[in-house]
Design a protein around this ligand. Structure first.
Ligand code: NI
Length: 388
């Protein structure tokens, strides 16, 4: 039963998607609903996004819950009655679902506030798709006291009623590289008078394929993709330079360092073998998202008590800035089955609304449980420093 009107709230957000950093209407709707329920909204001083606080009246822990709220520059191709009215913008990653579910968790926790130990802070984060919103929310300092963090993410490959809870790495570090290969231009008929950067760039692309196949531990996952090449502009001129860019995805810090240095070396030395130079530029994305094993076990036990099916989702080499919240504290990135069976970031991506109310209830119950300080003799998993 949708006591809080979460389904119409979700449909309204879906119909009015907003791009990263421009979530003004979405933020307004969330603030309106939070304030109408008498929920404290902390002054983050940010143009979009919000932090709600519930509890703080009884001793206990401070737990953070995070939903992202931004949409993507995609033209929606679903036939939903509530499809996007904002041409060229679409909630194709379920962030409308996340916002509505965490609003539901906030409303449910507010109702149970008298029995709530500790404090729950609920983060409605802007700009996840540009990997900049988490840093912005953390920079407010308002989340420094959170001891654990939990995130919600829709998952199209599980039906409603199934949660994906898996310990260890669940999202990759999405790093970006750019390689500028410099040679010396010449007439296309006289290659000997110049230094052609194009064969050098091509050799770098091929050599880079060996980083995953020959340098990585075969039991670990990594991706090196060259996704963009540019060189020259006509048929009879050897250009001065060529450009390559792409992405490296890894799940462990040491693999990330290895792949970066291997790629740098491959670019520089391969270019040198062709008489060219290569300038290597590396833009680090968020760290991998690593779920805490102890907290996963507890979340899984709760989910099963509540009648959810718990499954181990497929791995993904996608990136997520939720890892910023887990810098120095444990947490879990929970995937909520939303059916649809169309990959996220696709124009036909949909969410099964039946997953919404149970997801809100789950995160409220999880927070109620995790804020409790354990009695003497009992120690929280995170006190053991169980990380992986
Ligand atoms: Ni997403």
């Amino acid at each position: 039963m949708d006591r809080y009107g979460l389904i119409p709230f979700f449909e309204d957000l879906h119909a009015h998607p907003e791009l990263s950093g421009a979530e003004h209407r979405t933020t307004g709707k969330l603030l309106e609903a939070l304030r109408a329920a008498g929920i404290d909204v902390l002054d983050a001083g940010l143009p979009t996004g919000a932090i709600a606080r519930i509890g703080g009246k009884r001793p206990g822990c401070v737990i953070g819950l995070r939903a992202d709220i931004d949409a993507l520059p995609i033209r929606e191709e679903t036939e939903l009655p509530y499809r996007s009215r904002n041409e060229g913008v679409m909630h194709a990653c379920g962030h409308d679902f996340h916002a509505a579910a965490m609003l539901g968790a906030a409303l449910a926790l507010k109702e149970r506030e008298d029995g709530l130990d500790g404090t729950v802070k609920i983060v409605f984060q802007p700009a996840e798709e540009t990997a900049s919103g988490a840093k912005r929310m953390l920079a407010t300092g308002l989340l420094d006291d959170c001891e654990e963090f939990y995130a919600i993410h829709s998952y199209p490959w599980f039906p409603a009623g199934t949660l994906g809870i898996k310990e260890g790495p669940v999202m990759a570090a999405p790093d970006r590289f750019r390689i500028a290969v410099r040679g010396r231009g010449a007439h296309g008929a006289e290659p000997n008078t110049g230094i052609d950067p194009i064969p050098a760039a091509a050799a770098i692309v091929l050599a880079a394929q060996h980083i995953v196949s020959r340098r990585m531990d075969p039991f670990r996952a990594a991706v090196v993709s060259v996704t963009h090449m540019e060189a020259g502009n006509t048929w009879n001129v050897i250009p001065e330079a060529a450009m390559l860019e792409g992405t490296v995805r890894t799940l462990h810090a040491e693999d990330r360092d290895m792949a970066r240095e291997a790629l740098r070396e491959t670019a520089e030395r391969t270019a040198a073998a062709y008489g060219c130079t290569a300038a290597f530029d590396w833009r680090e994305g968020p760290a991998p998202v690593v779920n805490d094993a102890g907290l996963c076990a507890d979340a899984k036990a709760l989910a099963e008590e509540m009648g959810f099916t718990v499954d181990r989702q497929k791995g993904t080499m996608g990136g997520e800035d939720f890892s910023e919240y887990l810098n120095g504290r444990p947490g879990v990135f929970v995937r909520v089955g939303t059916g649809g069976y169309v990959v996220s970031h696709h124009p036909k991506f949909t969410v099964d609304e039946r997953a919404l109310v149970p997801a809100a209830e789950f995160f409220a119950a999880l927070a109620m449980r995790r804020v409790k300080r354990q009695g003497q003799g009992e120690i929280r998993n995170s006190d053991f420093g169980i990380r992986n």
